[in-house]
Design a protein around this ligand. Structure first.
Ligand code: GTP
Ligand code: MG
Length: 254
């Protein structure tokens, strides 16, 4: 049970269930999960697991912006994720990207995050799969989600080498038999998905367009531009709000 480690990078919006996915694959509660509004996983963390005798490193990452809270935090999470993937690429190490989404319609944020990560991996043969979750109560087979949405994903330019439609809800003996059965099927489905799609490290090649160092510089620059821009915008907005409040209170001030 040795050999090279295969990296599996799980990314997606905050709160979609990325850490629950890690727990599902590993088969125990190794990653902390939470239903709180605040992000639970704030930094990239790895968990080792063996699947059919092969060793995998599951990378749980900080959630990307869901379009609601914490613009600055979301910008930093996106920048860190891209740098992390880029670094693995440079070391010729990435094996599989798992785009983790809730089983709902394609949103603008969903497309944007896909494009953002694709921009890092465009010239590399790193496979990306999609896992749609939250389907424990969906009508008919969970797989139906894929049949209903594959065309829509493709229309938005999102292409994946493989997929799984699952539930990663916590195992609870009080749940309906259907939910518990679906959870067990989901565990097998995601483990097989990883096993099928992880490519050997030697097949990962860096981009032929730019030297790796130069690419890193560019990513770094773009990442920091986004962070600084977000910071300036939020500072400007709070400044405007303060000014408006001051002007409104003007007659009562002295
Ligand atoms: N109904 C349902 N709930 C789920 C499913 N998967 C995860 N959850 C719940 O969703 C909540 C968030 O799960 P997490 O695994 O912490 O999500 P995350 O993406 O790691 O969140 P961040 O680390 O904050 O980005 C928890 O309450 C989970 O129990 C699912 O398939 N169905
Ligand atoms: Mg998490």
């Amino acid at each position: 049970m040795s050999g090279p480690v295969h990296n599996v990078i799980v990314f997606g919006e905050s709160g979609v269930g990325k850490s629950s996915f890690v727990n599902l694959v590993v088969g125990s509660q190794v990653a902390k999960i939470s239903s709180d509004a605040n992000a639970c996983t704030t930094r990239t963390q790895s968990y080792d697991v063996f699947i059919h005798g092969k060793k995998y490193k599951l990378w749980d990452t900080a959630g990307l912006d869901g379009g609601t809270f914490g613009l600055l935090r979301a910008a930093i999470a996106e920048r860190n994720l891209k740098m992390f993937v880029r670094n693995l690429l440079r070391k010729k190490e990435p094996s599989l990207l798992v785009y983790y989404v809730r089983g709902s319609r394609a949103t603008r944020a969903l497309v944007r995050h896909y494009q953002s990560i694709r921009s890092v991996t465009r010239d590399n043969p790193v496979p990306m799969v999609i896992v749609a979750t939250g389907l424990e109560n969906s009508r008919g087979d969970m797989e139906n989600w894929w049949h209903r949405n594959t065309a829509e994903l493709s229309n938005h330019g999102m292409e994946f080498v493989d997929h799984a439609c699952i539930t990663s809800v916590d195992d609870d003996p009080r749940d309906l038999t259907l939910v518990r059965t679906r959870r067990t099927c989901s565990q097998n489905a995601v483990r097989d998905l990883i096993f099928r799609n992880c490519i050997p490290r030697e097949q990962c090649e860096t981009s032929p367009q730019l030297p790796a160092g130069r690419q890193d510089d560019l990513t770094h620059l773009r990442g920091w531009t986004l962070v600084v821009w977000t910071y300036l915008t939020s500072t400007l907005l709070s400044g405007q709000r303060y000014l408006a409040l001051s002007l409104n209170n003007w007659p009562y001030r002295s």
